[in-house]
Design a protein around this ligand. Sequence first.
Ligand code: B16
Ligand code: MG
Length: 215
Amino acid sequence: MINYTTIKAVIFDLDGVLVDTAIYHFQAWHRLATSLGYSFSVADNEQLKGVSRVESLELILKWAGLEKSEQEKEQLLIQKNQWYLALIEQLNPGQLLPGSLDLLNKLREKHILIALGSASKNALNILQKTGIVDYFDALIDGNVVSASKPDPEVFLKGAAALGVAPSYCLVLEDAQAGIDAAKAANMQVIGVGEADNLKGADDIVANLAALVDKF
Ligand code: B16
Ligand code: MG
């Protein structure tokens, strides 16, 4: 159970929590995998949620039984990101997930600090396109972390940037790797989505709309 009265900061994951970009990651990885002759499934994609671009490619190559040179991998990463960027070109505030805006407004009203804790190197672009960048007191994304979730680095950096001790932080996550990272950071964590993929979360909600009245 979460004790909401003790929460001084909320650290949001991005893809799959605030914005519905997971489908575009799936489409871009699917296209790349197909070009490599590998049949990329929805179940494969679930394992890539919250995982960095580089590590995602390594997993796909492993599943496909393929070996590539560093130079080839670099090209594949550029290609995947180009396809992904083309897919999110038209992203707009309408693609914020249910409750995102209401929860951000509620936290502001209650003077609870807000940070982003995302593995994505495209996070700033996505926050700008969806019009929510100004809500954040700290932005920690794939450009400033060296260890991928489930390593706690991304969330510990978020707490440090806000000047709040980890035990007063609440993380909102849609990926198992993110739940594990939050727990490793000694933070409370709510899983957003299906319980099967969110083991160890302190609570689970279908979307952020369920949290607006908790604060
Ligand atoms: P990029 P999150 C993660 O974002 C995604 O869940 C994951 O699927 C993606 O591979 C990763 O960002 C890197 O994204 O290619 O944009 O740098 O869920 O941690 O906000
Ligand atoms: Mg996510």
